[in-house]
Design a binder for this molecule. Structure first.
Ligand code: NAP
Ligand code: SF4
Length: 694
């Protein structure tokens, strides 16, 4: 349905809406003339590896994925990275475009995109020393801190061969029907490694002086342009801010941008931060548009259009970035996973219905790092366009959904989009469930956007929402529903030690909701996702620096004056509001089980605040003196004002159990189904899958 109603609206009201919203987003929706072709708007869907690139058998799915986004109106798209040779593989047998027989499967993708009126570039990515495989190469034999393999240093002949491989890859991309290529020169991959002394300690024509270090990318662009002719897009992804030590200076980066322009690039895209950088660059706690200042700094030095990036997720943000002249285009990858129709919705006056990327990384980047297919927490159909499809509608039915947390909301809106009649019962005064807590955590403000989205979708799809209403069996029987979906969520697990009911003890819900005052010294029991959230909430001043770019940059040590190579300054964290201990029973460092691409940021943020984290703790009792524990057999007392319990959850499924005997089909989803490791990704996917199937 989602795919059906948007084009319908667009066709019916196109002219009116275009006039209205071109006025709302005049910069974002303005065409961009590249000389030999004109892009319809300023939105680039940036490169994002999905896992579908790695096997030709998955290319029909990749074609559907890009075709859906082309239909959604995006100006230009870039594929995930394809290596130009085997040494450049990200991992063994990963995506590669280097042989004539690799071309044919790509044509399915380019044809599908062109059939929808879209444009697609192929990203050429040589992993260099970030390759997770033993054949890796680099300018010098220097291992990266984030991979186990030491690369072989390329010989001079090897450098020449690699350049030829880049050029060959671009030619094959052209043969496959792509509209252009993006040459990946940032994020610490091979090209970036040639540019920085940190990783380039060569003494031949490819190392030493700035000119020598820059020769590799400049030759790649120059020879690629010669090979592909004039009317083929070449995007060069330029690392404008390395965010590591012993990296490029600003004047070097300007020189490179000019050289790349002269060598024949059509567009320059912005790259921010090497993967080994200690500064977070894309997670949700990074302020929106936190790095567009660096693209603006470059604007005066080149004439070709510049693309800016990182943490731009909604049309208002993108419009203001472009309006103040930071760049000529904005790149968004994850927001287009979350909502393939992002551009059409902005154009048609439906920006409030954009399914937002909340920058959680949970279903996209975390999946890629776990060797799983990427998708999106907010939009489980992403990369599953041919699989997570709505069942044919044979009969309009009446459904009751009980619980307006993420699972219930996903299910209710999916059912209603398919034209079923849906009544949504929620005992609280607002929708959103646990997301109402998450949005209060400093750095997780984006969760409010998902609630905004669902609220608008409920209204748009005509769901009958009953707030402040506790659904019981009688009401569900009286409603004449064809089926009932129980999404009643979870209840916090209570402590089972003496003193669990002491006045010092608080539950995480009342703490994060701000319902109870919390003292200056706090012990947090349980160091899962919510324990970390509680620690961040209790340690930060309000309002959080995550909505203030200058303050956030200061905290993490990002230097907008660019006094040092790499753009780094000393981090200057603001002191914690409280003295906090974050505890767990499991031996070892807390936070190990947090998500792959975001856990390190949570750990680093709390460390900067001086939060003390301790594993292997046995809880004994709580009394007026505080929390009594033993660690390695040694008794210890935490003399704290409060103990905050974040000890996980249990399912709330009483209603589900009692509905079994009523004779109405009943389904259970989300935390009410399985509370262990409850997470929104599973809850939303389960809700949407059920909504699509019923
Ligand atoms: P969790 O990740 O399962 O962590 C529960 C913690 O409680 C663990 O550290 C566990 O560690 C401890 N624990 C378990 N039983 C205990 C007991 N009987 N007594 C004392 N400690 C006990 O659960 P969570 O932190 O509640 O997070 C739930 C899920 O929600 C996670 O998947 C998380 O990613 C997600 N999440 C949700 C939100 C939100 O909705 N606001 C926020 C962040 C994360 P030990 O057994 O080692 O003590
Ligand atoms: Fe954005 Fe999270 Fe979806 Fe990734 S999983 S696209 S970060 S909302």
């Amino acid at each position: 349905m989602r795919g059906r109603w948007i084009p319908g609206i667009v066709h019916a009201f196109k002219r009116t809406f275009d006039a209205m919203t071109d006025a709302t987003y005049p910069h974002l929706l303005a065409p961009l003339d590249l000389g030999f072709c004109t892009l319809p708007n300023r939105v680039l869907m940036g490169s994002m590896h999905t896992g579908l690139e790695d096997h030709a058998r998955d290319f029909p799915k990749l074609a559907a994925y890009f075709a859906e986004r082309a239909r959604g109106g995006v100006g230009l798209m870039v594929t995930g990275g394809f290596s130009p040779n085997i040494a450049g593989w990200l991992k063994p047998f990963a995506s590669r475009l280097s042989m004539p027989w690799h071309v044919a499967p790509h044509r399915q993708v380019t044809r599908a995109v062109h059939a929808e009126g879209g444009r697609l570039c192929l990203q050429i990515l040589h992993a260099g020393r970030y390759a997770y495989q033993p054949l890796s190469v680099a300018p010098s034999k220097i291992k990266s801190p984030i991979t186990p393999f030491t690369p072989r240093a390329l010989s001079s002949a090897g450098v020449e061969r690699t350049i030829r491989d880049f050029v060959r890859c671009a030619q094959l991309a052209q043969e496959a029907g792509y509209d252009g290529v993006e040459i990946m020169g940032s994020e610490g991959y091979l090209i970036n490694e040639f540019l920085a002394e940190r990783t380039n300690q060569r003494h031949d024509a490819w190392g030493g002086s700035v000119e020598n270090r820059q020769r590799f990318p400049v030759e790649i662009v120059r020879r690629t342009r010669e090979a592909v002719g004039r009317d083929f897009i070449i995007i060069y992804r330029l690392s404008m801010l390395d965010l590591v030590d012993n990296a490029q200076r600003w004047d070097e980066i300007v020189t490179l941008a000019k050289a790349v322009e002269a060598a024949g690039a059509t567009l320059i895209n912005t790259g921010i931060g090497w993967h080994e950088a200690r500064v977070p660059t894309i997670v949700t706690s990074v302020p929106r548009a936190a790095f567009t200042w660096v693209t603006r700094k470059m604007k005066q030095h080149v004439r070709i259009p510049l693309i800016t990036t990182n943490r731009i997720n909604l049309p208002d943000v993108a419009e203001s970035v472009l309006a103040r002249g930071d760049a000529d285009m904005v790149s968004m990858a994850r927001p287009l996973l979350a909502d393939p129709h992002w551009v059409n919705k902005a154009r048609s006056g439906h920006a409030a219905l954009i399914d937002p990327c909340i920058a959680c990384n949970q279903a996209c980047l975390d999946h890629v790092f776990e060797n799983k297919r990427a998708s999106c927490l907010m939009n489980p159909r992403a990369c599953f366009e041919t699989e997570l499809v709505d069942a044919p509608l044979t009969q309009k039915k009446r459904f009751a959904v009980v619980g307006a947390g993420p699972a219930g909301l996903a299910c209710a809106t999916t059912l209603a989009q398919r034209c079923h009649a849906v009544t949504l019962f929620e005992q609280a005064h607002e929708i959103g469930g646990q997301f109402n807590l998450a949005k209060r955590i400093p750095g997780k403000e984006e969760f409010a956007e998902s609630i905004r989205y669902w609220r608008n979708m409920l209204a748009e799809t005509g769901v009958d929402v009953r707030l402040n209403t506790r659904a019981d069996i009688a009401a569900l029987q009286a409603g004449g529903f064809d089926a009932v979906i129980i999404a009643t969520g979870v209840t916090p697990r209570a402590l089972n030690i003496p003193g669990h009911d002491h006045p010092k003890v608080l539950g995480y819900r009342e703490v994060i909701a701000g319902d109870k005052p919390v003292g200056a010294r706090v012990a947090i029991i349980g160091a899962g996702g919510i324990g970390f959230d509680a620690a961040e909430y209790l340690s930060q001043r309000v309002p959080s620096p995550t909505t203030d770019i200058a303050r956030w940059s200061h905290e993490w040590g990002v230097d907008q004056t660019y006094a040092n190579a790499g753009g780094l300054a000393e981090p200057a964290p603001e002191p914690s509001e409280r003295e906090i201990w974050l505890l767990q029973r499991t031996p070892g460092k807390p936070g190990k089980r947090l998500n792959k691409t975001t856990g390190w940021v949570h750990r680093a943020a709390l460390k900067m605040k001086g939060v003390k984290m301790l594993g292997g703790v046995i809880y004994e009792r709580i009394d007026d003196a505080g929390l009594h524990v033993s660690v390695d057999g040694t008794p210890q007392i935490f003399n704290v004002d409060n103990v905050v319990v974040c000890a996980g959850q249990q399912p709330l499924r009483d209603l589900y159990e009692s509905m079994q005997s009523v004779g109405i089909p009943v389904h259970v989803i989300g935390g009410a189904d399985v509370a262990a490791e409850l997470d929104a990704k599973r809850a939303i996917a389960q809700g949407m899958r059920l909504g699509a199937a019923l």
